[in-house]
Design a protein around this ligand. Structure first.
Ligand code: NAD
Length: 255
């Protein structure tokens, strides 16, 4: 109930999917949560619902590829909630599934902009506030595609591999300031991203769901909460000796 009491957390891409579950679970553990997303209706509705449930929550319309908007929203979050302790760099896009020789430069650049530059901007502008708080936790959402080849989405693989090693660099850089930085590598988690991906690649959604689930040794896809609970732990002081870690939450996919 209170594992994150007194902490303020920003969740990018927090309106739906994994980010939404993170916002709900972190608020439930006592965190003040700031939701950054391009989906204004969903983000506002979630912040309102959390507030009505007695939590402290707010929404900022932010595109993580816009450095000025990211900095402004982070600074406003810290001012409104009295500092910043946790950043969850969750916003991400998969890009259209296609072989590398058919990927356009614009498609490549957009995936890198959201998935890599977005993590850079968030981290860059959160660090001064985490430093001012005497330490903090950054959780970066990578993927199994940042650990092994899955196939069919090379811009996504490149971006998630980059996030994995940015995480390790920043873990070492900021460890002396007690700012911990870790990456999570989900297998298939049932969210709008995966639903859209499966609809784009199959005419039979139920069959595609079952097939995507069956590639995990545990036999099914994960749920957003499977990731959110790990984020709660990494954000909390229970994980005070954990930095630079890459945590696969993938039903055994990469085992
Ligand atoms: P999702 O598409 O369901 O939700 C992503 C959220 O990010 C949405 O609310 C979207 O509006 C937001 N977003 C996208 N671009 C943005 C931008 N430029 N600025 C701000 N917000 C933006 O995705 P998800 O499945 O919940 O994935 C969350 C993260 O987890 C992503 O980084 C994704 O790559 C990663 N991941 C997901 C899975 C999975 O199976 N779902 C697996 C591995 C990794």
């Amino acid at each position: 109930m209170d594992r994150l009491a007194g902490k303020t957390a920003i969740i990018t891409g927090g309106a739906v999917g994994i980010g939404r579950a993170c916002a709900e679970r972190m608020a439930g553990e006592g965190a003040k949560v700031a939701i950054f997303d391009v989906l204004a209706d969903e983000g506002r509705a979630l912040a309102d619902a959390l507030t009505e449930a007695g939590h402290e929550a707010a929404f900022w319309p932010v595109d993580v590829t816009d450095e000025a908007a990211v900095k402004t929203a982070i600074d406003e979050t810290a001012a409104r909630f009295g500092g910043l302790n946790v950043l969850v760099n969750n916003a991400g896009i998969s890009g259209a599934p296609k072989p590398t020789d058919q990927v356009t430069e614009a498609e490549w650049d957009r995936v890198q902009a959201v998935n890599v530059k977005g993590v850079f901007f968030g981290t860059k502008h959160a660090i001064p506030h985490l430093r001012a708080a005497g330490g903090g936790s950054i959780v970066n959402l990578s993927s199994i595609a940042g650990l092994i080849g899955v196939g069919g989405v090379s811009p996504y693989h490149a971006s998630k591999g980059a996030v994995r090693l940015m995480t390790k660099n920043d873990a070492i850089t900021y460890a002396p300031e007690r700012i911990r930085v870790n990456s999570i590598h989900p297998g298939y988690i049932w969210t709008p991203m995966v639903e859209n991906h499966l609809r784009a690649t199959s005419d039979d959604l139920e069959a595609a769901k079952a097939a995507a689930g069956s590639v995990h040794p545990l036999g099914h896809m994960g749920e957003p909460d499977d990731i959110a609970w790990a984020v709660v732990w990494l954000a909390s002081d229970e994980a005070k000796f954990v930095t630079g870690a890459e945590i696969a939450i993938d039903g055994g996919y990469t085992a």
